[in-house]
Design a protein around this ligand. Structure first.
Ligand code: APR
Length: 184
């Protein structure tokens, strides 16, 4: 739909259901309890089957969940990817509670974790813009700035060749396309 290349990494905007995406890693917009929910979280657990939840429960036992802005990784059960990264976005409370920084941390920590496991491709949903109520336009700014800043920082260990934003809603996709057009 729209593609921009930074260094060796191609950033693309797609529309659709992230559970149908094929590649190394999909990112889940989870909650701190890691016990599933609705939205993209529900879709990933439904499509992936019980194995993902079993591994989330193990992580809960070890570290008691996942704070906002952080990320954890599991296998992918029946999904056509190798791993699922579960990151916890901020709940929108008006913007004065560090929401932007927390949201940026979600993208950064997911990219770091993906590189730690040697992934070449990753797909992100529009974290926090559903049930957590983050307004779509500022969330798009934060997401794309976090990802492009990460790549422009030329991390030595970056192996990601493909970063896809899989937008479930067309208005999100349009925002991402417009943002990326500034790179043309
Ligand atoms: N594929 C891609 N994107 C999806 C899908 C899907 N199958 N289903 C929903 N989305 C989109 C939504 O349209 C929204 O833009 O994901 C974005 C994030 O929405 P939510 O899933 O509601 O996530 P979030 O706002 O981060 O809220 C997290 O919701 O389900 C709970 O357990 C989750 O408590 C946590 C909260």
């Amino acid at each position: 739909m729209k593609t921009v290349t930074i260094g060796n990494t191609m950033i693309s905007v797609l529309t659709g259901d992230i559970t149908a995406w094929k590649g190394d890693i999909i990112v889940n917009a989870a909650n701190s309890g890691l016990l599933g929910g609705n939205g993209v979280d529900g879709a990933i657990h439904r499509a992936g089957g019980p194995e993902i939840m079993e591994q989330c429960k193990e992580i809960r036992k070890l570290q008691g969940g996942c704070p906002p802005g952080y990320a954890v990784i599991t296998g992918a059960g029946n999904l056509d990817v190798k791993h699922v990264i579960h990151t916890v976005g901020p709940i929108w409370e008006g913007g004065g509670r560090g929401e932007a920084q927390t949201l940026a941390n979600c993208y950064r920590s997911s990219l770091q974790l993906a590189n730690e496991v040697g992934a070449h491709s990753i797909a992100f949903p529009n974290i926090s813009t559903g049930i957590y109520g983050y307004p779509k336009s500022p969330a798009c700014d934060v997401a794309l700035k976090a990802v492009t800043d990460f790549l422009l920082g030329e991390p030595e260990d970056n192996r990601l060749e493909k970063i896809d934003f899989v937008c479930f809603e067309i208005d999100n996709a349009n925002l991402y396309v417009r943002w990326l057009e500034r790179y043309d």
